[in-house]
Design a protein around this ligand. Structure first.
Ligand SMILES: C[S@@+](CC[C@H](N)C(=O)[O-])C[C@H]1O[C@@H](n2cnc3c(N)ncnc32)[C@H](O)[C@@H]1O
Length: 345
């Protein structure tokens, strides 16, 4: 057989998983939406009949679903009973917590993956053609979602859950010991800011995001977290910060917009003020990083038509170009994250 020599090739094994992954992704998401992981957390070893009376899916269809989820390893079957694997228990069982991966799965299912069917067209066209699925004339997904509050809420629940999974590495950085007022540009629903002030009692933050999103941040507003609605490109940055944080923001844009935002941050800061760029970094040779790969495709097909999980060295070069000194990156943070830093001289 022609392929026999390659049967132990790990790339082949990965290929076989990959071609089935869209179906399995949806099976895991369905199991999460049916709350099967939450149920099994309270009732490990439950039978298929127990699960059926909990979720109401017909016996045969449930059998198919459980088989699919078992192949992923997230469910285990022992003596006829089903158990959450430890990864499922950790990521999916507590599905009402804001950091549950179940919100991320639903967000990716409803917002990201329908758009990926448009990939060839969008990449050829050089723009985010999948945006046509969302009514409106705004050029980015963020603008269009403001017309669809239920989907915008799904999107931000997913983004918040992901942020909560990756934010601890950010808030523990020593750079926050040296600043007093962080401007959280594109701060979303304020989750990052809320975590920052909880961890650093001397710190205050200003969340700056589009008006429709700022409404979602009302829960984070407190004595030390203020919320200012606005457009980061067309409105001036709020005054007073000694640090500007871009968390999961610059990767949405292209070089010109990134430089514009970095220069705007430079102008808004006092001398000695700091800029912080937190987010996904692909490897310098741009061959590694599955989270970054997915994100770059999502941006170009749907979200903004540009951007990617840039390698840290790109951010460092742009920070220097914008005038910042003492430029460095804290690499290797969880989920392929890095933190690039600079100081206004
Ligand atoms: C990927 S989210 C990041 C949210 C948050 N900083 C985090 O780390 O989870 C990008 C944010 O940028 C905001 N955004 C995009 N374009 C914007 C603009 N022109 N002005 C203000 N905010 C914008 C979006 O509304 C969204 O909340």
């Amino acid at each position: 057989m022609k392929n026999a020599a390659h049967e132990d090739d790990p790339v082949l094994e990965r290929f076989h998983f990959l071609v089935n992954a869209p179906a399995l992704f949806n099976a895991v998401t369905t199991a999460a939406e049916l709350r099967i992981f939450a149920f099994l957390s309270g009732k490990p070893g439950a039978s298929a009949a127990d699960i059926q009376s909990f979720c109401g899916v017909p016996a045969h269809q449930l059998r198919v679903l459980l088989q699919a989820v078992c192949t992923t390893g997230l469910l285990e079957r022992r003596d006829g009973g089903y158990h959450n694997a430890s990864v499922a228990e950790e990521l999916l069982a507590a599905d009402e917590e804001p950091d549950s991966w179940s919100h991320i799965l639903t967000g990716w299912k409803e917002v990201y993956y329908p758009a990926f069917a448009d990939m060839t067209t969008a990449l050829r066209a050089g723009t985010n053609t999948a945006l046509a699925a969302h009514p409106g004339d705004e050029p980015t997904l963020y603008g269009r979602l403001s017309r669809n509050p239920p989907l915008e809420a799904v999107f931000h629940r997913a983004m918040t859950a992901f942020t909560l999974r990756s934010v601890d590495a950010l808030i523990e950085q020593p750079v926050f010991d040296d600043v007093r007022h962080v401007l959280d540009v594109g701060g979303g629903d304020g989750s990052t800011s809320a975590r920052l002030v909880a961890r650093h009692p001397e710190l205050r933050t200003t969340v700056f995001d589009m008006p429709s999103v700022s409404r979602l941040a009302s829960g984070a507003r407190s004595g030390r977290v203020s919320v200012v609605p606005g457009d980061m490109f067309t409105d001036p940055f709020p005054e007073g910060p000694d640090a500007v944080l871009f968390s999961h923001v610059l990767e949405i844009f292209d070089e010109d917009s990134i430089l514009l935002l970095m220069r705007k941050a430079y102008d808004a800061l006092p001398s000695g003020g700091r800029v912080m760029v937190y987010g996904y970094n692909v490897s310098d040779d741009e061959t590694d990083g599955v989270f970054g790969a997915r994100l770059g495709l999502y941006f170009n097909v749907l979200a903004s038509g540009r951007g990617m999980a840039y390698p840290a060295r790109d951010y460092e070069r742009w920070l220097r170009e914008a005038g910042f000194g003492e430029v460095e990156t804290v690499p290797g943070l969880p989920y392929e994250h890095g933190l690039s830093l600079g100081v206004k001289r």
